[in-house]
Design a protein around this ligand. Structure first.
Ligand SMILES: C[S@@+](CC[C@H](N)C(=O)[O-])C[C@H]1O[C@@H](n2cnc3c(N)ncnc32)[C@H](O)[C@@H]1O
Length: 471
């Protein structure tokens, strides 16, 4: 009986380790789980989906992408997936049809919300391990490895040199190691037929593969319609559509529409602009900073308008910065009661303050930090009370508390930038010599851009002050 059981298991799983999966395959698209995997475009068409005749899968910047092999007019449908093709994970106990579903749902419950990709990752791993999986043509075309920081060698992680990102990478690595133990504990006593991964061992590395496959490819789209007519957002993996690479200047977008004659939703990609022959089909993955791009997708976007750096709001640090900037007797660490009250309104003081503030991005200086600096550098409450909080938080509101107050606030931020740059031990020239340090270079560029933007404001304000003094 034991022998029979073993042979049954062997014919019902596909290995979760890459070397075994690729042993008999020959290269077609580089770096895929199975190099001679089935043709994805043919599979989508066979399943009742639509793929524009000019759309091809082609190598693109070291991985794959979708390319137009002839001009495509704006508004054309590029891809349409029928309802059964996206890979979703229902975590509802009521939708569990067997013990395998319940095991996965119970494991998924132990994944924190912010690591939602691991939940759908469990479903992906289950399908990867199963010989009869409907999604095998899709899964075999997924990348074999991911360039996200959880897989970086220790030295490369350290070399990111940016504490908020190091914190996130460590958190994910720690979670995967703990979750490995939990998954092993749960799977240990299961009968072979109830085992979600067909009796295979699951370790931190296969869990990391699945989490990265999902974080770098899933889209959050409308799921089931609720009785009030709204939809819940559900992460899904979209075969073929997820071959589109990212651009902040996309030529395609995902739309969901009701399938004719059915209550189900059709997921489509539509040409947002005219697409020229040989152009890549690109989607906008979202207005994300480079921390998210690197953590979830394994790449950074140069000149990313949404990139920013995070700082902790700290009175002593602000005192040091403003003194370095030549601001006279700052009192950031000992605010007056009326100032403290405004800090509480800004959520920078009080019972549960949110002390994380950012520089860069579309705002240049986070409104809460700017307002705090303006208020703490103001000498009387009357002038401050004349303005509402939104004005105090806005860089567009030019010097609401007077030019010298504004210059002192901006100089303090510039000094904060100098301190933040000092936390990177290497020079930009050294970073440039290391190809992998695109992340570090981009973070430094954000800081330098903030300094440039604020310095020109300070100059403008100072010249206005001079003119008014002369007048
Ligand atoms: C949704 S998949 C796109 C298809 C993927 N290139 C492939 O070969 O399967 C997202 C992944 O593509 C790559 N990618 C997408 N856009 C990129 C970009 N603008 N620059 C660099 N890599 C990109 C990253 O590896 C990312 O994790």
């Amino acid at each position: 009986m034991a022998g029979l059981g073993a042979s049954k298991i062997i014919t019902q799983f596909r290995p979760l380790t890459c070397a075994a999966a690729t042993a008999t395959a020959t290269a077609c698209h580089p770096g895929r789980l199975v190099p001679n995997s089935p043709d994805l475009i043919k599979w989508v068409r066979r399943e009742g989906g639509f793929v524009h005749q000019a759309v091809r899968i082609a190598p693109s910047a070291g991985s794959c992408g979708l390319v137009a092999c002839q001009d495509i007019p704006k508004g054309s449908d590029l891809i349409a997936l029928p309802h059964h093709m996206p890979l979703r994970f229902s975590s509802l106990e009521s939708e569990c049809v067997d013990t395998i579903d319940s095991v996965l749902v119970n494991l998924a419950r132990q994944v924190p919300e912010e690591l939602w990709a691991m939940r759908l990752g469990l479903k992906l791993l289950q399908e990867r391990a199963s010989v009869g999986s409907f999604w095998w043509p899709y899964i075999s075309n997924l990348p074999e490895t991911y360039s996200v920081p959880i897989f970086f060698p220790g030295e490369d992680i350290k070399n990111l040199q940016y504490a908020p990102l190091l914190y996130q990478v460590n958190k994910r690595c720690r979670f995967l190691l703990d979750f490995e133990k939990e998954v092993k504990r749960v799977l240990k006593n299961l009968k072979p037929d109830d085992h979600p991964f067909r009796g295979q061992d699951v370790d931190a590395s296969s869990l990391g593969w699945a989490m990265s496959a999902v974080s770098s490819r899933a889209f959050r789209l409308h799921g089931k319609k609720l009785s009030d007519g709204t939809h819940v957002d559900v992460p899904m993996m979209l075969p073929l559509i997820d071959m589109c690479n990212h651009s902040f200047d996309p030529n395609a977008q995902i739309v969901q529409e009701q399938d004719a004659g059915s209550t189900k939703m059709l997921i489509k990609v539509v040409a947002e602009t005219q697409i020229k022959q040989d152009d890549n089909l690109v989607l906008n993955y979202g207005c994300l900073n480079n921390d998210f791009f690197l953590l979830d997708y394994g790449f950074v976007t140069p000149s990313n308008p949404y990139d920013c750096i995070e700082l902790k709001y700290d009175g002593a640090l602000l005192d040091a910065a403003s003194m370095a900037a030549g601001v006279m007797s700052p009192n950031f660490s000992s605010p007056a009661p009326w100032q403290q009250q405004i800090l509480s309104q800004l959520n920078l003081d009080g019972e549960a303050p949110v002390l994380k503030v950012s520089l860069g991005g579309s705002e240049l200086v986070e409104g809460r930090l700017l307002a705090a600096l303006r208020v703490l550098l103001a000498s009387d409450s009357e002038t401050v009370q004349k303005h509402d909080l939104n004005t105090l938080k806005s860089l567009a509101a030019e010097a609401p508390l007077g030019i010298s107050n504004e210059v002192a606030a901006l100089r303090t931020v510039i000094a904060l930038c100098v301190i933040a740059l000092g936390h990177f031990p290497t020079k930009i020239m050294e970073d440039e010599a290391l190809l992998k340090q695109g992340f570090r270079i981009q973070k430094k560029s954000v800081i330098i851009d903030v300094m440039r933007g604020l310095t020109s404001r300070v100059k403008l304000l100072s010249s206005k002050e001079k003119i008014s003094a002369q007048g």
